[in-house]
Design a protein around this ligand. Structure first.
Ligand code: NAD
Ligand code: ZN
Length: 347
């Protein structure tokens, strides 16, 4: 079968021919109908050899941690789905046995790392291929009528902001405000989620005008360039009280500093991007009684909730589609910041 693989540190990903995987005991093989391209893949491919060692992902590795498809073959003992069922793949994977996993929070399984359990495309072969195997039917969520291409990105670009925003919802009361830094794949869904789930005034910041246009198109009340004037622009909207919550989908030092500069007392600074910056804590170093969170992906039940929002027509993903052969171009466009929404590979 064809697969898009990261073959060597520093190389562009390549379309290669690899054996079609056989599902082992308990596993399920999925024929991939859609796979989303996330900036986290770009992040991984941007690491130098020393940094890459810290992650220890074996190479070559098929990329892709957002996936949807059709159940193709059940390994021995795997049950609960029939061949032909249309499914989304829940990417975070835990041991399935611990307290966090019992709650569906496989994204926070404390045992996964020690057990060598890793998500598709982030340690083992991912979804940018004609077929992918998942370790358990537990990682499949029925699409129930949702178009795989239009909705595959919800498995990460929807689930991650949903989980991030849910943690701040009790504060996003009438009169509150939410700032979204980075209106890309995750950010443009975050804007819709904020509009759907809260009465907050939503302010988007990005460095590119087309992204600001997208932000307005999907519901941001205000959209400003993320430059030296951004803090004043935000303060002019939110007033002296500061922003209630800032969701930073970039999270390198300048955006974290910006987030902390505009957040009000008791506000939330939510760092989702893997930009590598660090937030300050301490009296006078951060807004009084503010909370800093750095959430990772989301829970299984939250993926059900996100898909339900899409089924209700409340959220959607702006997608640009690419064939598997053109997948390297999708990552080039992602790297250059010229995509509108999410790049989706259709094998
Ligand atoms: P993306 O490239 O689609 O979007 C990033 C957006 O940020 C772009 O619109 C870009 O123009 C904008 N941007 C860049 N620099 C900026 C700045 N200084 N100020 C404001 N905007 C700026 O990326 P994505 O796939 O949406 O991912 C966003 C981030 O989230 C990445 O760092 C990714 O690795 C991370 N991520 C984290 C998790 C998690 O679980 N924590 C999950 C998925 C992705
Ligand atoms: Zn991702």
């Amino acid at each position: 079968m064809k697969a898009l693989q990261y073959t060597a540190v520093g190389e562009e990903p390549q379309v290669v021919e690899v054996p079609t995987p056989e599902p082992g005991p308990g596993e399920v093989r999925v024929r991939v109908t859609a796979a989303g391209a996330c900036h986290s893949d770009s992040f991984v491919m941007g690491l130098d050899a020393e940094q890459y060692k810290l992650f220890g992902y074996p190479l070559p590795m098929t990329l892709g941690h957002e996936g949807a498809g059709v159940v193709d073959k059940l390994g021995a003992g795997a049950a609960g789905f029939d061949v032909g069922d249309a499914v989304a793949i829940y990417g975070p994977q835990g041991c399935g046995q611990c307290y966090q996993c019992a709650q569906g929070k496989e994204n926070y399984c404390p045992k996964a790392a020690a057990l060598g359990i890793v998500p598709p495309g982030l340690g083992r072969d991912g979804t940018m291929a004609e077929y992918v195997t998942v370790p358990s039917p537990r990682h499949l969520v029925p699409l129930e009528g949702l178009d795989p291409v239009a909705n595959v990105a919800l498995t990460d670009a929807g689930l991650t902001p949903y989980h991030a925003i849910k943690g701040s919802l009790p504060k996003l009361v009438p009169g509150s405000s939410a700032v979204v830094i980075g209106a890309g794949g995750l950010g443009h869904v975050a804007i819709q989620l904020l509009r759907a789930l809260s009465p907050a005034t939503v302010i988007a910041l990005d460095i590119a005008q087309p992204k600001l246009d997208l932000a307005k198109d999907v519901g941001a009340h205000h959209a400003f360039l993320s430059d030296d004037s951004a803090a004043d622009a935000v303060r002019a909207v939110v007033g002296a009280g500061g922003a209630t919550a800032v969701f930073d989908f970039v999270a390198f030092q300048p955006t974290i500093d910006l987030a902390q500069a505009v957040t009000g007392p008791e506000g939330d600074v939510v760092l989702v991007g893997v930009g590598g910056g660090q937030a300050r804590v301490g009296v006078l170093a951060a807004p009084y009684d503010s909370t800093i969170r750095a959430p990772y992906w989301g829970s299984r039940s939250e993926l059900f909730e996100v898909l339900d929002l899409a089924r209700a027509g409340t959220i959607h993903v702006e997608t640009e589609t690419f064939s598997l052969d053109d997948a390297p171009e999708a990552y080039r466009r992602l790297h250059d910041g010229t995509l509108r929404g999410r790049a989706v590979i259709v094998p």
